[in-house]
Design a protein around this ligand. Structure first.
Ligand code: COA
Length: 176
């Protein structure tokens, strides 16, 4: 657990998720899924029960190369990041993550703090490469990743289909 100072002067905490966070995390996920269309699921589409989410968080805690962190402000979850490493010896040293922040809290440095935490944790856990996938028109997220040193590595067309319109994704990566 660590304190982070936000750009608005407030202090939030960043910590690893616990199984007991499952109900609140699911409510958080339901809210963020309706606040932007950059995630791979929309409202009502995450479809995970509290029990399953609890098991998932517990399994992450037991896996050496996986991490789930959340940011709390006045006891409210305002951001989360989930990193999963490869499961086989040849891919165990790398992994991918997903990240989100509640819209009311964008622009205060919350995602930056979570990524800095991830990078530090990764270095301590023998992770040598962090990958991610981002919708090609998600300029805010792309700027954030580039700021932290991620490089563009590739493009996949038609990854998203939303209201009959296709969007490609960019693969980005950070070598540690
Ligand atoms: C992308 C997201 C995680 C960023 O979270 P955040 O807490 O607002 O990010 P931060 O405040 O730490 O950093 C934002 C960075 O984005 C960039 N940025 C901020 N506002 C921007 C804007 N209006 N346009 C473009 N870039 C912008 C800047 O580089 C900024 O860093 P800086 O302030 O140090 O210059 C958040 O907007 C979000 O949850 N979006 C919806 C879900 C999503 O897109 N997830 C990523 C999927 S790959």
């Amino acid at each position: 657990m660590r304190n982070i100072s936000l750009k608005n002067g407030l202090t939030a905490i960043i910590r690893e998720a616990n199984p007991e966070d499952a109900p609140r995390l699911l409510r958080y996920i339901e809210q963020v899924s309706g606040e932007s269309e950059f995630l791979t699921f929309g409202p009502g589409e995450f479809e995970i029960t509290v029990e399953k989410e609890k098991e998932f968080i517990k399994s992450i805690k037991d896996i050496e190369n996986a991490l789930m962190i959340l940011v709390e402000l006045d006891g409210k979850i305002v951001g989360m990041l989930n990193f999963n490493g490869g499961t086989r010896p040849r891919t165990r040293h790398r992994g991918e993550f997903g990240i989100s922040v509640l819209k009311d809290y964008w622009g205060h440095g919350i995602a930056t703090a979570m990524l800095e935490y991830l990078i530090e944790w990764a270095k301590e856990h023998e992770i040598l490469k962090i990958d991610l996938m981002v919708r090609e028109d998600n300029e805010r997220a792309i700027k954030l990743y580039e700021k932290l040193g991620f490089k563009r590595e590739g493009h996949i067309s038609r990854y998203f289909k939303l209201r009959k319109k296709f969007y490609g994704v960019i693969y980005m990566g950070l070598e540690l």
